[in-house]
Design a protein around this ligand. Structure first.
Ligand code: 13P
Length: 253
């Protein structure tokens, strides 16, 4: 069965409330329901509810950019998976490189969050990817394998049905330096081979793997048609409806 493609916009810490609602409305206006492709937007936490209102009844799904690994309690400033569900989230991004590298999240923290989110019924977009220094030292394969294995530790097969991996090479994020199709396909094939090795062929073939890092409406088609690329996680280009919708169109072709 062909894997459904996912185009997800990670708005990061951008937009005012008015901008968030207008952007969501413009995305809704440009997306038609289509079985072969899923579309999601991931606004900042305070805009989840108002954006959910704008998305209501549309094929555009809501996602959050992070989550905490506990259900409730004395964790000042954190947001639980259940809270995200109540806000209407279908997806949550976990382990984004900005959280790993700016906020110091370890593989173990990421794995705890993945468990908590899947236990709550959320769909997880688990981000992995090597830094430039790691690529230059020919460590890409090793880093990607380690992050996949650590991120998926202890997950049951039925939970993996709600897991998506996003390969986001750190050197490509927000730099305008998109991975070449060869680099992306090579990394995605490594990820799938790693999954096949530890979880078997059925899970490896079914699990969607997104590419992220300087994706634009211009370069999206060249990435989205690679055999192991099942969608894209878009940062900067998701903040303008035109460019985001251009990427959605590229996924449909
Ligand atoms: P850019 O598309 O801005 O490079 O960001 C990618 C990203 O980090 C998506 O999560």
């Amino acid at each position: 069965m062909p894997r459904t493609k996912l185009v997800a916009g990670n708005w990061k810490m951008n937009t005012t409330l008015a901008e968030a609602k207008a952007l969501a409305a413009a995305v809704v206006a440009g997306v038609e329901s289509d079985d072969r492709i899923a579309v999601a937007v991931c606004p900042p936490f305070p805009w989840l509810l108002p954006v959910a209102e704008v998305l209501r009844g549309s094929p555009v799904a809501l996602g959050a950019q992070d989550v905490y690994s506990e259900k409730k309690g004395a964790f000042t400033g954190e947001v639980s998976p259940g809270m995200l569900r109540e806000c209407g989230c279908r997806y949550v991004i976990i382990g984004h490189s900005e959280r790993r590298h700016i906020l110091g999240e370890s593989d173990a923290v990421v794995n705890h969050k993945v468990h908590a989110a899947l236990d709550e019924g959320l769909h997880v977009i688990l981000c992995i990817g090597e830094t430039l220094a790691e690529r230059e030292r020919q460590l890409t394969e090793r880093i990607v394998q380690r992050q996949v294995l650590a991120g998926c530790t202890g997950l049951k097969d039925d939970q993996l049905a709600r897991l998506t991996i996003a390969y986001e090479p750190v050197w490509a994020i927000g730099t305008g330096q998109v991975a070449t199709p060869e680099q992306a396909q090579e990394a995605h094939a490594t990820i799938r081979a790693t999954l096949r090795h530890v979880r078997g062929p059925a899970i490896a073939e079914a699990l969607p793997i997104l590419y992220g890092g300087s994706v634009t409406a211009e370069n999206a088609a060249g990435l989205l048609h690679l055999p192991d690329v099942d969608g894209v996680l878009v940062g900067g280009a998701s903040l303008k409806a035109d460019s985001f919708l251009g990427i959605v169109r590229a996924a449909k072709k």
